[in-house]
Design a protein around this ligand. Structure first.
Ligand code: S3P
Length: 169
């Protein structure tokens, strides 16, 4: 396996952070989460950034964080669901990493996703309608840009991690 970073991309509730952490442990790599990095760097939680400064500023922060990762190797990096919305972000990730898309069905996503403080996009909306809208807009992008696509809807965590590891060999 090469020393490139591994980026975990996919929709909210697809398990990016959980799987990313487990994968990092298994591969003995360091783990990073772009949402967490943004919170640490700005000293604000994601919800506050959206509320006070707007989604545009949050998206700029995502790009800033990716720029800061340029010299990293051997990391597993989980990302926020919308990081793929900017071509600049896609290029930054592809330059330094392999992209793994955790593909989740809408049905499973609805069961799993709860509004949490880092998910302001779901705060004032009908969960199913919003998730469906995001899925229609974003799944084609995840599918197009990713090196590996892993179906995660009906699998347990360890099976998913094993599957990713096999693909990366
Ligand atoms: C977002 C997903 C969130 C977080 C922010 C925006 C999105 O991360 O980055 O609320 O646009 O889908 P998760 O995918 O980890 O929930």
């Amino acid at each position: 396996m090469n020393s490139k970073n591994i980026f975990i991309v996919g929709a909210m509730g697809s398990g990016k952070s959980t799987i990313g952490k487990l994968l990092a442990k298994k591969l003995q790599r360091k783990f990073l989460d772009t949402d967490h990095e943004i919170e640490v760097n700005t000293n604000h939680d994601i919800s506050t950034i959206f509320e006070k400064f707007g989604e545009g500023v949050f998206r700029e922060k995502e790009t800033e964080i990716l720029n800061k990762l340029k010299d990293k190797e051997n990391h597993v990096i989980s990302t926020g669901g919308g990081i793929i919305l900017k071509d600049e972000n896609i290029n930054l990730m592809k330059d330094i990493g392999t992209l793994v898309f955790l593909d989740i069905s809408l049905e499973t996503q609805i069961k799993r996703v709860k509004y949490r403080k880092h998910r302001p996009l779901l705060k004032n909306s009908n969960l199913e309608i919003e998730l469906k809208k995001l899925k229609i807009n974003r799944d084609p992008i995840y599918n197009k840009i990713s090196d590996y696509i892993i179906e995660v809807s009906s699998k347990d965590k360890n099976t998913i991690v094993d599957e990713i590891q096999k693909k990366l060999l």
